[in-house]
Design a protein around this ligand. Structure first.
Ligand code: TTP
Ligand code: MG
Length: 343
C-alpha cells in the first residue's frame, strides 16, 4: 500500500501578490483579467465569496465584485517561488512529481513516519520559508490524494484511509474523477450517473463499450483504484504559445501576421527549452468570435513558419469568422524522452 501526498498551494498567484503587498490582504483581488478581454488566472478567497473564479473573463469578475482589484500577472516571480517550494519538497523525498507551478505529488511510502505528520511538516516549512499557505491530501494513490487536498482548503489537510475509500467513492461526484470534464459529467447525468457509486454499477465490458480504452481506466478510477506511479521526471508533451487579441482579427492576412510571430516564439523556445526532444507534430489553435475552438495539426518533425501558415489557412477556413485567439505549438514524439528517464 502506497502513501501519497498531494500538495496544492492556496490561491497561489494571488497569495504571492498579497505577500508582496500586505495592504492587499483582506481585499478581493484577481491576478490577470484587468486588461481588455483578459481572463482571471486566479483570485483570492475574498473575491471567491463574490463568485469570481479562475478562467472567468475580467468583465464578468467586475460584474460580480465591482470593488475587485486586478493585478498584472508576474510569471517570473511565481516561477521563482515555485522553485523554492520544490526544493523544500525534494528535501522530504526525491519522489516529487510537480504537476504545475503550485502542485506536486510526493510518494512517501518509504518514509517511516505517518504521511499525515509529513504533510503537516511540509506545510509548516513552506509557510516559514515563503510566507504562503498550502493544503495537502493524503491517500493510498494519486487520484485520491489530489481529491483530498481540496477538502480542507485553504490551509488544511485531509486524509483518505484505505478502509474509507469505498464509502468515499460511493458519494463522490463523477466530475471529480481524473479526465471527466464538465461536459462529460453533464452527459453522464442525463444517463442517471451522478456519483462514482452510480458508475460502479457498470461492468468492465459495459464501460469498455461506452468509453473504449479509457473505459477500463474509468472502471478502476471510479472505485478509487489508481496505480499510476509518482514520476519524478516530468516529461513535457507539447510546447505552445497562444495570444488573445484585444480586438478580433478579421482577415486571414491579419491572422497570418500574428501567426508568424507566435510560430517564431515557439520555434525559439524549442531551441532553448527542448533542444533534446524529437518533434512529431506541429499544430495551430484558432478560437473564433463565437468562442468555438479548433486545432489543425500535421506530422512534421521540423516545423517552420510556413508550415504554421498552411495549418492556419486550413483552420481559419473551417469557420472564417473573426478570430479572438491564435496559438502555435508542437507535440513531441512518444518515447523520445530524455535519457534521464532510463535510470
Ligand atoms: P489552482 O491550484 O487551480 O488555483 P489556486 O492555487 O489559485 O487556488 P486554490 O486555493 O483553489 O488551489 O491553480 C494554481 C495557479 O495556476 C493559480 O494561482 C493561477 C494559475 N491558473 C491559471 O493561470 N489559470 C487557470 O485557469 C487556473 C485554474 C489556474
Ligand atoms: Mg492551488
Amino acid at each position: 500500500m502506497r502513501k501519497i501526498i498531494h500538495i496544492d498551494m492556496d490561491c497561489f498567484y494571488a497569495a504571492i501578490e498579497m505577500r508582496e503587498n500586505p495592504k492587499l490582504v483582506g481585499k478581493p483581488l484577481a491576478v490577470g483579467g484587468g486588461e481588455s478581454r483578459g481572463v482571471v488566472c486566479t483570485c483570492n478567497y475574498e473575491a471567491r465569496k463574490f463568485g469570481v473564479r479562475s478562467a472567468m473573463p475580467g468583465f464578468m469578475a467586475r460584474e460580480r465584485c465591482p470593488q475587485i482589484i486586478f493585478l498584472p500577472v508576474r510569471f517570473d516571480l511565481y516561477r521563482a517561488v515555485s522553485q523554492q517550494i520544490q526544493t523544500i519538497l525534494r528535501e522530504v523525498t526525491e519522489l516529487v512529481e510537480p504537476l504545475s507551478l503550485d502542485e506536486a505529488y510526493l510518494d512517501v511510502t518509504a518514509c517511516d513516519r505517518y504521511a499525515w505528520d509529513i504533510a503537516k511538516e511540509v506545510r509548516a516549512r513552506v509557510f516559514t520559508e515563503t510566507g504562503l499557505t498550502a493544503s495537502a491530501g493524503i491517500a493510498p494513490n494519486k487520484m485520491l490524494a489530489k481529491i483530498a487536498s481540496e477538502w480542507r482548503k485553504p490551509n488544511g489537510q485531509f486524509a483518505i484511509l484505505p478502509d474509507q475509500i469505498q464509502a468515499f467513492m460511493a458519494t463522490l461526484p463523477v466530475r471529480k474523477v481524473w479526465g471527466i470534464g464538465p461536459k462529460s459529467a453533464e452527459r453522464l447525468t442525463t444517463h442517471g450517473i451522478q456519483t462514482c457509486g452510480d458508475f460502479q454499477n457498470f461492468s468492465l465490458i459495459e464501460m469498455a463499450q461506452q468509453f473504449g480504452r479509457w473505459g477500463e481506466e474509468l472502471f478502476h478510477l471510479c472505485r478509487g483504484e489508481d496505480e499510476r506511479a509518482v514520476e519524478p521526471h516530468w516529461i513535457r508533451k507539447s510546447l505552445s504559445n497562444e495570444k488573445t487579441f484585444s480586438e478580433n482579427l478579421v482577415s486571414l492576412a491579419a491572422c497570418e501576421a500574428a501567426m508568424i510571430k507566435l510560430a517564431e516564439a515557439t520555434l525559439e523556445e524549442l531551441k532553448t527549452k527542448a533542444s533534446d526532444r524529437q518533434v512529431r507534430k506541429a499544430f495551430v489553435t484558432v478560437k473564433f468570435s463565437d468562442f468555438t475552438r479548433t486545432t489543425k495539426e500535421c506530422i512534421c518533425p521540423e516545423p517552420t513558419a510556413s508550415i504554421y501558415r498552411t495549418l492556419l489557412a486550413e483552420a481559419y477556413a473551417r469557420k472564417a469568422l473573426p478570430v479572438r485567439l491564435l496559438g502555435a505549438g508542437v507535440r513531441f514524439a512518444d518515447g523520445e524522452e530524455p535519457q534521464l528517464e532510463l535510470f
